[in-house]
Design a binder for this molecule. Structure first.
Ligand SMILES: Cc1cc2nc3c(=O)[nH]c(=O)nc-3n(C[C@H](O)[C@H](O)[C@H](O)COP(=O)(O)OP(=O)(O)OC[C@H]3O[C@@H](n4cnc5c(N)ncnc54)[C@H](O)[C@@H]3O)c2cc1C
Ligand SMILES: *[C@@H]1O[C@H](CO)[C@@H](O)[C@H](O)[C@H]1NC(C)=O
Ligand SMILES: *[C@@H]1O[C@H](CO)[C@@H](O)[C@H](O)[C@H]1NC(C)=O
Ligand SMILES: *[C@@H]1O[C@H](CO)[C@@H](O)[C@H](O)[C@H]1NC(C)=O
Length: 503
């Protein structure tokens, strides 16, 4: 069965055309210039001394809040357009603390560790590290995601089946608390804080640095594509093979067309003619490249798999140019080969610039009819849950990322599943139904609640505070907040914060 792409109304097609002209000719070049400067990886280094001064500045602002009688709640002064999350917190009326820490403090190649400030973006970090022959264990792929947002919000990648979430690989961090103290936190020092901060959405303190292990990087990623024809077969294959591969992801094009990609770093591709520079401007978006490989595999009977090599950094940011498939969902013409040849250099569209330039009503219009959610289910429930989604949403493709849940984040991982989970990213317009999209999301949330699943807290959430508490392990979080009245006064409860964001 051919992959079905959603059809658009005439009105929407006219609007698409206007948007295409605006993006390509008027705003695109500005966005690109903004991107060039904001993504620059030069001058991204600081010293321990200068870092300490910046931290003292954060501390001084918190102390002024205490001296001023702890009026109002605190939040960082980071503007909403810098956040990747679609639903933002309205910061008006908060005591805003400037946390302007965006640099690398130290790359220690002997001890193999990186000490970094929270504002650094993945797109900058991978550039700096891969040039030096290193990477970090979990590299979330979209360029503008930050270290701080990934620890305090949540981050996941194709290596998460070994390493867990982004925050699980962090070995220590530094935090300015609501009492104005600077704490070093690790498994052995201030360990309650160490477990309370991941996933806390900035409601425990201001993160000011993090230490993350470095691992040696190859120059290329070897990718083996495998096509499977059902979800149970995909699960079976991943259970056999995931442990032998460092990077694993899937793209589900339909319930009978799943592409799995098993990846390993290498510096010596056995067949250099198979190096694919997937992020060159004229190349199709990554999900289209994979779809083409799938069609080739399916049409050649005896060839169930195919191997290619990507330059390492191209692999890490393979979904940036197409924003998974969101660029195409928003404007289908963007993936047209001719448009790519002429205007492909505009990608990836810097999300900071896009959020900043687009008026809120436009963002609401183009995302209003879409599902933009991550659900994370125990692997044994994957088929059942996807059957349900196939009936109520029929949104394809679906991003599939296996993850080993650890007990270091707030997510509750019952023993029966041994931490064996699958993260699913649904990005796109669902089929029509008499039920609203929100009602259908609610139905999935109830499924998560009953089946030990989790939700991406960046997305739209309808569960109540009490229900969210049921799917999270809040022991360390509650202990830390209970022990400090400044913390309770200074920051909202995490579940209040994420359920009252502006939509
Ligand atoms: C369509 C879509 C697809 C996505 N796909 C992926 C994916 O493939 N992989 C993945 O890992 N993630 C993905 N995400 C989720 C993304 O990782 C999270 O939204 C992440 O938290 C955003 O990072 P950010 O840097 O924009 O952080 P922000 O949104 O700015 O911050 C997240 C939270 O962390 C807090 N915070 C940030 N910095 C600090 C600090 N210094 N001190 C204290 N608190 C702080 C903020 O207050 C906020 O509550 C996706 C999101 C969307 C919308
Ligand atoms: C925190 O760690 C840093 C670097 O290891 C050290 O210089 C500093 O003294 C520590 N701070 C506290 C309060 O222990
Ligand atoms: C997480 O903690 C729970 C409760 O303490 C335990 O039963 C479970 O085995 C742990 N899970 C993992 C993956 O470590
Ligand atoms: C925190 O305080 C609340 C009530 O004040 C109490 O119910 C809860 O058990 C406490 N939790 C911890 C972990 O101390």
């Amino acid at each position: 069965m051919p992959i079905q792409h959603p059809t658009r109304s005439i009105l929407r097609s006219i609007l698409d055309f206007v948007m295409l002209i605006v993006v390509l000719i008027f705003t695109g070049p500005f966005v690109k210039i903004f991107d060039y400067f904001s993504m620059s990886s030069r001058n991204c280094f600081t010293t321990h001394k200068r870092h300490a001064k910046k931290v003292a500045n954060v501390q001084a602002q918190v102390r002024r809040w205490i001296q001023g009688g702890r009026k109002g709640q605190m939040c960082s002064a980071r503007p909403g357009w810098k956040s990747f999350s679609i639903h933002k917190v309205d910061k008006r009326g908060f005591y805003q603390v400037e946390v302007d820490l965006n640099d690398i403090i130290e790359i220690d190649v002997v001890k193999k560790r990186l000490t970094i400030e929270p504002g650094m973006m993945m797109g900058q970090l991978t550039k700096i590290l891969t040039d030096k022959g290193f990477t970090i264990p979990v590299v979330p792929e979209l360029d503008t995601l930050t270290v701080g947002g990934l620890i305090c919000g949540g981050g996941i990648e194709t290596s998460s089946h070994h390493h867990g979430l982004f925050s699980d690989v962090v070995t220590s961090f530094e935090l300015v608390t609501a009492d104005g103290d600077v704490l070093n936190c690790s498994e052995t020092e201030n360990s309650d804080y160490f477990y309370a901060v991941p996933g806390s959405s900035g409601t425990v303190g201001f993160l000011t640095s993090a230490t993350i292990p470095l691992i040696p990087a190859g120059k290329y990623m070897q990718i083996e594509y495998v096509h499977v024809d059902s979800i149970p077969n995909a699960v079976k294959l991943m259970q056999q093979r995931n442990k032998n591969h460092a990077y694993v992801e899937g793209i589900i094009y339909s319930m009978t067309d799943v592409m799995l990609m098993f990846g390993d770093m290498t510096s010596n591709p056995s067949d250099p003619s198979r190096i694919n520079y997937i992020n060159r401007w004229y190349k199709p978006f990554f999900h289209n490249i994979v779809e083409n490989v799938m069609n080739n595999i399916k049409s050649s009977k005896n060839n169930a798999k195919y191997i290619e090599y990507f330059p390492l950094r191209d692999y890490f940011h393979r979904h940036s140019r197409g924003m998974f498939w969101q660029a195409e969902n928003t404007l289908p013409a963007l993936s047209n080969p001719l448009i790519l040849l002429l205007f492909g250099w505009l990608h990836p569209l810097n999300t900071h610039a896009v959020w900043r330039l687009l008026p809120k009503f436009v963002i609401r219009f183009i995302t209003g009819d879409q599902l933009l959610q991550d659900f994370c289910v125990p692997t044994v429930k994957l088929d059942e849950f996807l059957q349900k989604c196939d009936t109520i949403f029929k949104v394809y493709p679906i991003w599939l990322c296996p993850v080993k849940m650890q007990n270091k984040s707030m997510a509750k991982t019952p023993e029966i599943y041994g931490g064996d989970y699958m993260d699913l990213g649904f990005y796109g317009p669902p089929i029509n139904s008499e039920h609203s999209i929100s009602d259908r999301i609610r139905e999935c949330e109830q499924y998560m609640l009953k089946n030990n699943g989790f939700l991406g807290i960046y997305a739209e959430i309808f569960l109540t505070k009490g229900e969210l508490r049921q799917i999270h392990c809040t022991a360390a979080y509650d202990k830390v907040r209970n022990s400090s009245s400044s913390c309770r006064q200074g920051f909202p409860d995490v579940f209040d914060k994420i359920t009252r964001r502006i939509k």
